[in-house]
Design a protein around this ligand. Structure first.
Ligand code: 6GU
Length: 265
């Protein structure tokens, strides 16, 4: 996978050389290039922003500089099957989810454009969309960051760990939270010793009865999700739930019929 990142702080992405992502780079699984947007300016001040039309606080990134940069990075690829996907982090966009990460992990070429200041001219994504480029805008959560750099790092980590050959043990991807159409929070994990500072691991996990352990973990996941993220329970597909799942959800106060569970108490 080829990854281009455009930012006024390209050094920010030096951290990508660390840890697993750095390993994926050295293995040749991904190639990452962080570009400085100012390299596409022509004025002595290398200015990339201007005041908002219509007034208001802050500065907005100018379309002309971005277009010179993106024309070059997107190049001739816009019509080919390997055409790049252009991604802009934006706090006012739809939330980036595991499903988006999975979809983007199948792409050959990703180009990320990091906005700074109060944002970027809305005509930048509009222009490339009109030219047939697959343009995405994502927020990573309901809080405000100073720029898109952290958001791009978050998205890249979520995407690249899904690449075949990235993880030592691919099974750990299958079991974790948010994967599959039926997303639940993951059950608690424990390691040895079985008793530590007066706190014991749940006895069933020591029983050696795999069916019982699986059921216990599934119920724990359902209870934890009900407590912390009931919105995820409400999105479950009732038709995909086992009899035992239904029983647990009903005990937790959900009506399990129709397409999705509904809270009734
Ligand atoms: Cl994608 N960008 C910025 N600047 N702030 C954010 C965000 C993105 N997602 C949440 N907050």
């Amino acid at each position: 996978m080829d990854i281009d990142i455009v930012s006024v702080f390209p050094e920010y992405f030096d951290v990508l050389d660390l840890s697993l992502l750095g390993k994926a780079k050295s293995k040749g699984l991904i190639s990452v290039h962080a570009h400085n947007l100012r390299d596409w300016t022509h004025d002595v001040h290398q200015s990339v922003d201007d005041t908002p039309v219509g007034g208001g606080a802050g500065m907005v990134m100018k379309p002309a500089v971005w277009a010179e940069c993106l024309d070059e990075l997107l190049g001739m690829h816009t019509e080919s099957p390997d055409r790049p996907i252009l991604i802009f982090p934006n706090p006012s966009a739809p939330l980036f989810t595991q499903q988006d990460a999975t979809e983007l992990s199948h792409a050959q070429h990703l180009v990320f454009g990091c906005g700074r200041y109060e944002g970027y001219d809305a005509r930048i994504p509009a222009y490339y969309r009109e030219r047939g480029v697959d343009v995405r805008e994502y927020s990573i959560g309901d809080y405000v960051l100073n720029g898109g750099e952290v958001a791009v790092s978050v998205m890249l980590e979520a995407i690249t760990r899904l690449l075949p050959g990235f993880m030592g043990n691919p099974d750990s991807i299958i079991e974790e939270s948010y994967t599959g159409g039926n997303a639940l929070l993951e059950h608690n994990q424990y390691t040895k010793p079985a008793s530590w500072r007066g706190l014991d691991v749940p006895a069933v996990l020591l029983s050696g009865d795999h069916a019982k352990v699986d059921r216990f973990r599934r119920d724990e996941a359902l209870k934890k999700t009900d407590r912390i993220r009931p919105d995820l329970i409400a999105q479950l597909d009732c038709h995909a739930l086992s009899k035992a799942d239904r029983k647990t959800l009903i005990e937790l106060g959900w009506e399990v019929s129709g397409d999705h569970p509904r809270r009734i108490s």
